[in-house]
Design a protein around this ligand. Structure first.
Ligand SMILES: [Zn+2]
Ligand SMILES: [Zn+2]
Length: 1002
């Protein structure tokens, strides 16, 4: 009899949990609950007086809905910050928006049909253009945030910072002024990366964003040596358009470079010997070897375009068109002789400066040849390339041209190939100012995930950083706060709006918006009678992002204490490519502001990085290995995917699928696997628990002693292990590692603990067993909701709210750290692991012999020490043997199959099927069919039934007779009817060739 029968069906304690869950409905319901009950705000308020955990949220450009990369970063942010909140920290979370710069400008240009930069000033006007930019910026923010909110990302969305706010911009002026005061800002005429379509220089780190493999034409050009017949310098270039800007040819004076004159038909060519072999083959005819002194003594060569010179004035022609020495010359490609055009290359400019050579600016700021290059004046340089090659060919100066495959940088906003271009621009002095050395030493204080970024990408990026080209010749950005006298060139760097008003007498209305063109109208008189006017440039948009730690709170004009308290950030995370972008610029500015020259006055400490730990999250590709592409439709759209699988499943999938920082492929089949193997498995355990707790009227208030059941002890210990592993990994921000711990734990919980304990839940033998069993699983599930809350915030909330009636939200709970497992606890896990391995081996041996598990067998022999008795029972039950025996050595026997040697557990299975065993096997088959019929008849779990069976087979009849007690109990049957009778469900079945009619009725 079931002791609980009379108590069943009283008022249910837990809300019923359907075995199939509509995740979309469930999650939407939780979102509404959080919103209605202000749970996020409560989670902040609860910890307000506790220690602060600071997080800086990098401002994205909202130019559309977020892609999976954004969703991954958002998930990492949310997981870590929820976790820290549950650890007791006060964790304010403010999002922000990047508003300025080329991303917006190029979008607006496209929409307004603007063809060239000149049109902005001449046709549209800066005021209209910037107004349009401002209107565009917030267009997609609603779209962007709605996806993040749906993913469960908690943040202060209403109070977001935006880089176009005047307060934000004023702080940037202040930051810039701090660099200026330290002499870190200078202006120089220098060759820098440049986009001819956007008509602005770019910084070295912007160049790295958009490298692509491309095919260009490489040409070998012959430069006639003066006063010689048929003797040429052979140079090589992939940018023919730079040739009109040529002023010299460089060679490497190092003795390892062997320059030679070789014969090529009528003519003789000068080049490096190893390159000559590559170009002309081993049999190349060397006429003469040249020393470095010979090379330097060569008189020079005839200019390719003498007409360019005629138009230019004040050129020191004596120095031009000669051979110059340079250690930069290499022999990986080309000829070992390098054509030098100081206007169009960093190294070229350096060599030009050293040699006192002029810079021929043969290209205008829009990428067209100037009037000086008469042949192609006004033509786009890229389009003129072919014509230049043809022209050289006609003039018999081209040795050959070939297609050349290489990786080349393109503009990160408009995809135009970048060039190097010499112009006046402003730089932040990273080199030679002590800043770089301080940046490197402060970089030691930052922890990275993945770890290799620290001494890899980040470190090397700093080490090799050139000075930061910080000015842009554009419109929609923070104007550089520098005013210059048009007479005496006196410069003033303004650090605040108040100061600007003081200097210029501008009214509040005039400084209401400090964007261009309004700020350009503000001028004042110089002591020399000249007028101070703002320089034309605006700041690099990365200066906006880099100023975020201070500017988001309008430091130092407001919130002084708050910023001081929250600097540096404890934690940041963005896509790994931000290592040399946002992470880098924040680092530059932080070190500049904490230099001891200004640190006293700034108050943010000395030599401090902007953040103490950072995660660089990896790129996500489509399943086909290509980039996620809207055009190719090679990935499922995020929004329907979230509704289909749920934000929790997507979060766990994104976190667990690859090591942080590593790229991976987004595959829906993997998402489905996380859903069925982990999410639904957990849900089924939860649903199972609630169903039987309600059936048996068990309530969490029921006090039970500590269970001594081997499975209860084991799952409690396993939970402890799981919890300490998740905490340990999350503390180190290894959310990927932590997320991967969920999968085996939930599998253990369901496929071992619950499965092995099923009978105790369904039919506990007494109140003690009931209370111990339910008490154990209840405690495990409640604890799991807490550990899981930062990772899968929705399902953990749903479970918690049903399981813990008094609890408002699992996210208001605390996660307490626990120590490592003790020796005794480790032993518990180890013993169970061994037992499970014995099961696995036993099942494998059965499979090998093709014996069904329902067929009982006599014994499994295991080599080694004896297991605990209750574990032995478990093993017997799992592999359906009568006993497990422990032996020192195996003895061969024809009925025994042995496991492979070298595994963790070595075992041997006795496969002899005696008459008794055979009969028992048949009985089990009958029970299995009986259970199917019970389900077909839709009986309740505790319904008592009658069993009907009819057979002509005498052997089967005897089996049923002999095993009737077992069959009755297993099928909850009270009686057997041995003739055809009316049944609720019944059918003819065949077991091992024996026919039987089986039926059930109530
Ligand atoms: Zn561009
Ligand atoms: Zn002046």
């Amino acid at each position: 009899m079931w002791f609980l029968n009379d108590m069943v069906k009283k008022k249910q304690k837990f809300e019923d949990v359907p075995s199939r869950v509509n995740v979309s409905e469930l999650e939407q319901g939780i979102l509404q609950y959080w919103e209605k009950e202000n749970i996020f705000k409560k989670s902040l308020d609860n910890n307000k007086d506790n220690q602060q955990f600071t997080f800086y949220d990098g401002p994205p450009y909202a130019t559309g809905k977020p892609h999976y990369g954004h969703i991954l970063q958002s998930t990492i942010k949310d997981t870590v910050l929820r976790y820290k909140t549950m650890r007791g920290y006060f964790v304010p979370r403010r999002v922000g928006w990047d508003c300025h710069g080329l991303p917006v400008e190029t979008l607006v240009e496209k929409e307004m049909g603007i063809k060239s930069k000149r049109d902005i000033e001449d046709k549209v006007g800066i005021e209209q253009f910037n107004k349009r930019c401002r209107d565009t910026v917030f267009r997609y923010i609603e779209d962007f945030t709605s996806t993040l909110k749906r993913m469960g990302r908690w943040a202060d969305y209403d109070n977001a910072y935006a880089t176009l706010n005047r307060d934000y911009m004023e702080t940037e002026w202040w930051v810039f002024n701090k660099l200026w005061e330290q002499g870190l800002v200078y202006q120089a005429f220098r060759s820098t990366p440049y986009c001819i379509r956007c008509a602005t220089p770019l910084s070295n780190f912007e160049v790295t964003i958009n490298y692509r493999d491309t095919r260009d034409t490489a040409v070998y050009i012959m430069l006639p040596v003066v006063n010689e017949d048929n003797l040429f310098l052979l140079v090589w270039t992939t940018t023919p358009w730079t040739l009109p800007g040529n002023v010299a040819v460089a060679f490497n004076p190092d003795p390892s470079f062997k320059y030679v004159i070789v014969r090529d038909g009528e003519r003789q060519l000068i080049l490096e010997k190893s390159r000559a072999v590559v170009l002309f083959g081993e049999q190349v005819e060397v006429v003469k070897e040249l020393t470095a002194a010979d090379m330097a003594d060569l008189e020079g060569y005839e200019p390719l375009y003498p007409e360019v010179l005629e138009k230019m004035e004040n050129l020191d022609r004596v120095k031009m068109y000669r051979l110059v020495k340079s250690g930069h010359v290499v022999t990986d490609e080309g000829t070992g002789l390098v054509h030098i055009a100081p206007a169009f290359g960093e190294e070229d400019a350096e060599i030009g400066k050293k040699q006192g050579l002029p810079t021929l600016r043969t290209v205008d700021t829009g990428g067209k040849f100037t009037a000086d290059v008469a042949k192609w004046a006004g033509e786009n340089i890229f389009q003129a390339n072919e014509k230049i090659v043809t022209d050289l060919e006609e003039r018999r100066l081209l040795l050959k041209s070939e297609k050349y495959q290489h990786s080349y940088p393109f503009c990160w906003r408009c995809d135009t190939p970048l060039i190097y271009y010499a112009l006046d621009s402003w730089f932040v002095k990273i080199n030679g100012s002590g800043l770089k050395e301080r940046m490197l030493s402060a970089a030691e204080k930052i922890d990275w995930t993945p770890e290799h970024i620290k001494k890899g990408r980040f470190w090397k990026g700093i080490e090799s950083a050139p000075d930061w080209a910080v000015s842009r010749n554009r419109y929609w950005s923070v104007p550089m706060p520098v005013w210059q006298c048009d007479q005496c060139n006196e410069k003033v760097c303004v650090s605040s709006i108040e100061q600007l008003k003081d200097l210029s007498g501008a009214t509040e209305e005039q400084v209401a918006d400090i964007h261009r063109p309004y700020v350009d109208d503000i001028t004042w008189s110089c002591s020399c009678q000249g007028t101070l006017k703002r320089v034309e440039e605006v700041l690099d948009v990365w200066f906006d992002a880099g100023s975020m730690p201070y500017a988001q709170l309008h430091f130092p004009f407001e919130n002084e204490q708050q910023v001081k308290k929250s600097f540096p950030a404890d934690f940041i995370v963005e896509a790994v490519e931000q290592t040399r972008l946002w992470f880098y610029v924040m680092h530059v500015l932080a070190l500049a502001l904490t230099d001891k020259k200004v640190s006293g006055q700034v108050g943010l400490g000395e030599d401090s990085p902007a953040f103490l730990s950072a995660i660089g999250s990896g790129l996500i590709f489509a399943e086909d290995g290509r980039k996620l592409s809207k055009k190719l439709k090679n990935y499922p759209e995020p929004e329907p995917t979230i509704e289909k699988y749920g934000a929790d499943v997507l979060r766990l999938y994104l976190l667990s699928s690859a090591s942080l920082g590593e790229p991976y492929r987004f595959a829906e089949k993997d998402l489905r696997r996380v859903q069925s193997n982990t999410y639904m498995t957990l849900w089924n355990v939860y649903s199972f628990f609630v169903r039987y707790a309600n059936t048996h009227n068990w309530q969490p208030s029921t006090k039970a002693g500590v269970s001594a059941n081997v499975l209860d002890v084991w799952i409690t210990t396993r939970l402890k292990e799981f919890k300490s592993e998740v905490i340990e990994a999350t503390e180190k921000y290894q959310v990927d590692k932590a997320a991967r711990k969920f999968i085996p734990f939930i599998d253990d919980l369901s496929n071992w603990y619950v499965r092995r304990s099923r009978n105790r839940f369904q039919r506990p033998i007494d109140a003690k067993e009931r209370d111990e069993t339910f008490g154990t699983l209840y405690a495990v599930l409640v604890e799991v909701t807490k550990i899981m809350a930062p990772y899968m915030p929705f399902v953990s909330e749903a479970m918690y709210r049903n399981l813990v009636k008094a609890g408002e939200s699992v996210h208001l709970e605390k996660i307490e750290t626990i120590g490592e497992l003790g020796e005794a606890e480790q032993k518990i896990l180890l013993e169970m692991a061994k037992a499970r391995e014995a099961v696995a081996v036993g099942l494998a041996l059965r499979a090998k012999k093709g014996i069904k598990v329902r067929q009982p067998l006599r014994a499994l022999l295991v080599k080694g020490e004896e297991m605990k008795a209750d574990l032995q029972i478990m093993v017997c039950d799992e592999i359906n043997v009568k006993e497990v025996r422990f032996v020192k050595e195996f003895v061969d026997h024809e009925a025994y199959v042995k496991s492979e040697e070298g595994g963790g557990v070595e075992a041997m299975l006795d496969t002899e099927i005696t008459e008794d065993l055979k009969s028992e096997g048949l009985a089990r088959e009958v029970v299995r069919h009986g259970q199917v019929l019970r389900r077909e008849a839709a009986y309740a779990l505790d319904d008592r039934i009658e069993l009907i069976y009819v057979t002509d087979d005498r052997e089967l009849d005897k089996v049923l007779e002999d095993n009737s007690a077992y069959i009755l109990e297993a099928l909850q049957a009270e009686e057997v009817i041995r003739e055809k009778a009316e049944a609720d469900a019944g059918k003819d079945i065949e077991i091992n060739g024996k026919k039987l009619y089986l039926g059930v009725r109530k």
